[in-house]
Design a protein around this ligand. Structure first.
Ligand code: FAD
Length: 504
C-alpha cells in the first residue's frame, strides 16, 4: 500500500496529513510527498526579502483567512496545536479610506449582520436596506443563482446602489475571487457571502498569522509528517507520472519510484504538464528508450498492459481538461518605515482604488515591528488591471497612494512580489474538472488543489478541503485496516495492526 502526494502546497499537505492521521503508515503503508521547491507551502508560504537594508521574512503574498475556513482550522490544529498558537482572530471589520465602516456585532447570525448594519458608517439608509434585501433574498434562495451569472449582473438584478457596489461589493469580490466584477462568477461570490457575512459571527472572523503563513501550516505540518513516518522529498520536481502495469511510475530524477496510487496536488497548469508528460513517457522495464532522450515512445507500446493503456488515455484526457483555466495576478507590495517615524496602523484597512491616479492598492495589513522597522503589506488583487505599470512603478505608485490616503510619510523602502498565476480567474465558465478522473478499481490517480471545489474561488480553504477530500476518497476505496478504530485508549499506538491487503 503506497501513496505518493505530488505537490506540497496546502492541498498536498492536507492530503498527506489526512492519510497519515488515518493510520496508513501504522498499518504498514507508505506515504511519500514530492515538492519541487526547497520549502513547503506553495503559494502560501514565507519568503525572505531585502527591505530597508535588512532581510525580512514576509509571506509570498499577503493572505487573509476567515473563521469559516473549517477544513484549514481542522488541519492546522491537528499539526500546530491550538489555533491561537499560530493565528490571531479578529472580529470582521470592513473600514477604510472610502469612509465605510462595517463591523460584525458579537451576535448570532443573522443578528451580527443586522447589528453591523445598524452601527455602520458611510452607508446611507438606502444602501443598508439594499444590502439587507439582497442578503435576505440570497439566503431564501439558499445562495443559489442561475448558472453563468456574473457578479456585476447579480448586483444589477438586486439593484445595488453604485456607492454600495464601489465601497463594499467590488472590494469584496476582487479580494475574494481575484476577478473583476464584470467577469467574476456570481455563484462563487454567493458561496463566499454564505460562508462569511451570511454565516455565524465567528465564521466571519478574520484570521491572520502571528508571524508568517509558513508558521501556520507548512512548517508544523512538515514536522508532524516526518514525525508520523511520511517521507518528504523537497527540491524534487516530478517530471511525469506514467501508468505502468499495476502502479504509477513517478519520475522525480534521483527520487523516482513506483507507487500504487497517487494524489496530484498541483495547480492545473502544472498537473497538466506532468500528466501529459506521463502519457508520453515510457515506464521503466519496457525496454524502450527513457524520457528525455529525444525519443517519444508511449506507454501503449510493448510492455504496457491494457489497463495501463486505458489509464494513459484517461490521464491524457484529464490533462487536456486542465488546460482550460486562465489565471490572474496578485501583487503584494511590502513597505517599510523606520520605526521611529512609522505611522500608526490598524491591523488592516481598506484603501481606495483609483486607477486614474495609479492608486491600485486595495487593502493594507500591518505586519508589525521588528529590528527597528515597521512593515506593512498592500494587496493588489487582479493585478492585471494595472498591467501598464511594471513592478517598480507599481511600488512607487502604491507608496504615494499610502501618503495620500493615510496621510503618512513616504515609506523608506518598497518591494513588490507579483504572483503571475496567483489564482485561476473565477469566471462562471471556468472548467470544472473531476477530482477522480479514473474509474476504479485499478491504481488510483486523484487530483487535489484549490481549483477543485465546485463553486468556490481559489482559497486556502478550497485547497485544504480538496486535499482532505482526495485523501478520504482514497481511504474509502482502498481495502486497508482502519487503525483509528483499533487505537489504544491513550490514542498513541494502535492496539493491533492487521496486514494491509493491497499488494503494492
Ligand atoms: C498573492 C496571493 C494572495 C492570496 N490571498 C489569499 C487569501 O487572502 N485567502 C485565501 O484563502 N487564499 C488566497 N490565495 C490563494 C491561495 O494561496 C491558494 O488558493 C492556495 O495556496 C493553493 O494551494 P494549492 O496547494 O492548491 O496549490 P499551490 O500552493 O500552488 O501548491 C502546489 C505545490 O506544488 C509544487 N509543485 C509544482 N510543480 C511541481 C512538480 N512538478 N513536482 C512537485 N511539486 C510541484 C509547488 O512548488 C507548490 O508547492 C492567494 C494566493 C496568492 C498567490
Amino acid at each position: 500500500m503506497s501513496v505518493a502526494v505530488v505537490g506540497g502546497g496546502w492541498a498536498g499537505l492536507a492530503a498527506a496529513v489526512t492519510l497519515a492521521d488515518a493510520g496508513v503508515i501504522r498499518a504498514g503503508g507508505t506515504v511519500t510527498l514530492f515538492e519541487a521547491a526547497p520549502t513547503l507551502g506553495g503559494r502560501a508560504r514565507a519568503v525572505s526579502i531585502p527591505l530597508a537594508g535588512r532581510r525580512v521574512e514576509v509571506d509570498n503574498g499577503q493572505h487573509l483567512m476567515l473563521g469559516a475556513y473549517r477544513s484549514c482550522l481542522e488541519v492546522i490544529t491537528r499539526v500546530a496545536g491550538a489555533e491561537s498558537a499560530v493565528l490571531q482572530r479578529h472580529r470582521m471589520r470592513l473600514a477604510g479610506a472610502t469612509g465605510l465602516s462595517l463591523a460584525a456585532a458579537p451576535l448570532p447570525a443573522p443578528l451580527h449582520l443586522l447589528g453591523a448594519l445598524a452601527r455602520a458608517r458611510g452607508l446611507s439608509v438606502g444602501d443598508r436596506f439594499a444590502m439587507l434585501r439582497m442578503m435576505a433574498r440570497l439566503t431564501l434562495a439558499r445562495w443559489r443563482v442561475p448558472a453563468g451569472l456574473t457578479v456585476a449582473a447579480l448586483l444589477r438584478r438586486h439593484r445595488q446602489p453604485v456607492r454600495l457596489v464601489e465601497a463594499l461589493w467590488e472590494p469584496l469580490c476582487v479580494g475574494a475571487l481575484n476577478t473583476g466584477l464584470e467577469h467574476a462568477c456570481a455563484q462563487a461570490f454567493c458561496a463566499v457571502l454564505r460562508d462569511s457575512l451570511g454565516a455565524s459571527a465567528r465564521a466571519s472572523d478574520f484570521l491572520l498569522p502571528h508571524r508568517t503563513l509558513s508558521d501556520v501550516l507548512p512548517r508544523p505540518a512538515e514536522r508532524w509528517l516526518r514525525a508520523h513516518g511520511v517521507t518528504v522529498h523537497l527540491q524534487s520536481p516530478v517530471r511525469s507520472i506514467a501508468a505502468q502495469d499495476d502502479h504509477w511510475w513517478i519520475d522525480a530524477g534521483g527520487r523516482s519510484q513506483a507507487v500504487r496510487d497517487v494524489i496530484v496536488a498541483l495547480p492545473p497548469y502544472a498537473a497538466a504538464r506532468v500528466l501529459t508528460a506521463g502519457a508520453g513517457a515510457v515506464p521503466p522495464g519496457t525496454g524502450a528508450v527513457p524520457t528525455g532522450t529525444g525519443a517519444t515512445p508511449t506507454a501503449t507500446g510493448a510492455g504496457a498492459t491494457a489497463s495501463s493503456a486505458a489509464r494513459t488515455a484517461a490521464i491524457a484526457a484529464a490533462a487536456a481538461g486542465l488546460g482550460g483555466f486562465t489565471y490572474e495576478r496578485i501583487a503584494t507590495v511590502y513597505v517599510a518605515w523606520q520605526a521611529a517615524h512609522a505611522p500608526r496602523l490598524a491591523p488592516w484597512w481598506m484603501l481606495r482604488e483609483d486607477p486614474a491616479q495609479h492608486h491600485y492598492g486595495q487593502w493594507i495589513f500591518d505586519r508589525g515591528e521588528g529590528e527597528g522597522l515597521r512593515v506593512a503589506s498592500v494587496v493588489i488583487s487582479a493585478r492585471g488591471r494595472a498591467a501598464d505599470l511594471d513592478d517598480a512603478a507599481l511600488g512607487h505608485a502604491t507608496a504615494r497612494q499610502l501618503v495620500a490616503q493615510l496621510g503618512c510619510r513616504m515609506p523608506d523602502d518598497v518591494r513588490v512580489i507579483d504572483e503571475k498565476r496567483a489564482t485561476f480567474r473565477c469566471t462562471p465558465d471556468r472548467p470544472r474538472p473531476a477530482a477522480a478522473p479514473l474509474p476504479g478499481p485499478g491504481p488510483r490517480l486523484l487530483l487535489a488543489g484549490d481549483y477543485l471545489v465546485d463553486d468556490y474561488p481559489a482559497t486556502l480553504e478550497s485547497a485544504v478541503r480538496s486535499g482532505i477530500s482526495a485523501a478520504r476518497t482514497w481511504l474509502d476505496t482502498r481495502p486497508w485496516p482502519d487503525t483509528r478504530a483499533r487505537r489504544a485508549p491513550d490514542g498513541d499506538a494502535p492496539a493491533q495492526v492487521s496486514q494491509a491487503t493491497d499488494s503494492a
